[in-house]
Design a protein around this ligand. Structure first.
Ligand code: HEM
Length: 331
């Protein structure tokens, strides 16, 4: 039976590594992204060849067929009617490469998609299964990680994490929100969280956020069911599923209404906001040499293309810088 890998386990690892984490203090001359990676490595351990976050995953290949409505939103080349190839990676949360797929800390799962553009080049979407984020800036995220690092099992109460969450009610909401384990990587929705600016060929520009909606519907397990699953059940299930047929997602963009914050990932827009259908992603097979494929890939939320621009959300620049450091360290 898979061991439940709860927050306490993460915290235990974090506490053991708090000494390392202490190297990255506010007066540290290193950049915030560098300090974030140091703290992540301290929390999850250093695992050469693996990502500092979302370390465990599976790479697959497939195709994206844009909907007719996609070109009305953006002039981006992969949204103009013709199918393009995609390389995707599903992942478990944390920088622990052997985390059981059904562990609480493995959620929210990640879904990264690279579109191979007609005429060369590529563009990425890096999404996860939780709609919203705990904090709005890199500095706050670093403070959050450090609070976790200092709040091991034996830390005096209230812990640094208790204090951080008391001062950041939105983070408390995210940390305590249910994040159930799905029956399959293909039966949960994924959210882009950060806003982008989409411009069509007539020059009309609108802010929006990506969502991937599973064609198989949303199906989740109870905590007990998840704990009984084998450590790699999500990764294994996907292989079995694809042997029978493609796993499909509808890619949509949720449009911002007047006044919706477009620079704050903690501000989730209401469900009633208009949706533009961008098309259908069909995942058809696992990449052949999966370990090599995972190592070679480096997604970047700012790998963009004409017709899709970053919003002023500070997390976008931050994530891009952090991912680049993680990539360099895992080479
Ligand atoms: C402060 C904000 C964040 C930080 C510091 C952060 C950090 C990281 C790092 C270090 C990696 C490993 C990159 C690599 O080695 O290639 C990563 C991967 C990933 N992150 Fe984030 N992340 C943040 C926010 C987010 C958000 C908001 C989402 C979802 C919307 C997300 C989804 C993912 C996914 C899916 C991956 C795995 C990509 C892959 O499969 O290669 N992250 N993140």
């Amino acid at each position: 039976m898979a061991k439940a890998f709860g927050r306490r386990d993460v915290l235990r690892g974090m506490a053991a590594a708090a000494l390392l984490g202490r190297r990255a203090r506010a007066d540290d001359p290193k950049s915030v992204p560098e300090q974030i990676i140091d703290t992540m490595n301290a929390l999850f351990g250093k695992h050469p060849g693996f990502r500092s976050a979302h370390a465990k995953g599976i790479v697959c290949e497939g195709e994206f067929l844009p909907a007719a409505s996609a070109s009305g939103l953006s002039k981006a080349p992969h949204l103009q009617g013709n199918p393009v190839k995609v390389t995707v990676r599903f992942s478990d949360s944390t920088g622990v490469p052997d985390i059981p797929d059904g562990a609480t800390a493995a959620s929210p799962h990640g879904f990264a998609v690279r579109f191979h553009l007609p005429g060369g080049g590529s563009t990425d979407i890096v999404s996860n299964a939780y709609n919203g984020f705990a904090v709005a800036t890199g500095e706050e995220f670093l403070a959050f990680l450090r609070a976790v690092a200092e709040s091991g099992k034996d830390a005096p109460k209230p812990t640094a994490l208790d204090k951080f969450l008391a001062a950041h009610p939105k983070a408390l909401k995210v940390v305590t929100a249910p994040k159930p384990t799905p029956a399959s990587f293909a039966t949960e929705p994924y959210f882009g969280v950060n806003a982008f600016l989409f411009t069509n060929s007539a020059g009309k520009a609108r802010y929006g956020r990506y969502q991937f909606r599973p064609e198989a519907g949303s199906k989740f397990l109870t905590t007990e069911e998840a704990a009984r699953k084998s450590a790699n059940f999500l990764v294994d299930e996907l292989g079995d599923r694809l042997a029978k047929g493609p796993a499909k997602f509808r890619l949509v963009v949720q449009l911002a209404a007047e006044g919706d914050p477009v620079d704050d990932a903690t501000a989730v827009w209401p469900d009633e906001r208009s949706i533009v259908e961008l098309g259908v992603l069909s995942i058809t097979k696992r990449a052949a040499d999966n370990d090599a494929a995972q190592r070679a890939l480096g997604y970047d939320p700012l790998r963009l293309v004409d017709g899709i621009e970053a919003s002023d959300d500070p997390l976008l620049e931050l994530r891009s810088a952090v991912y680049a450091i993680s990539r360099r360290r895992r080479k």
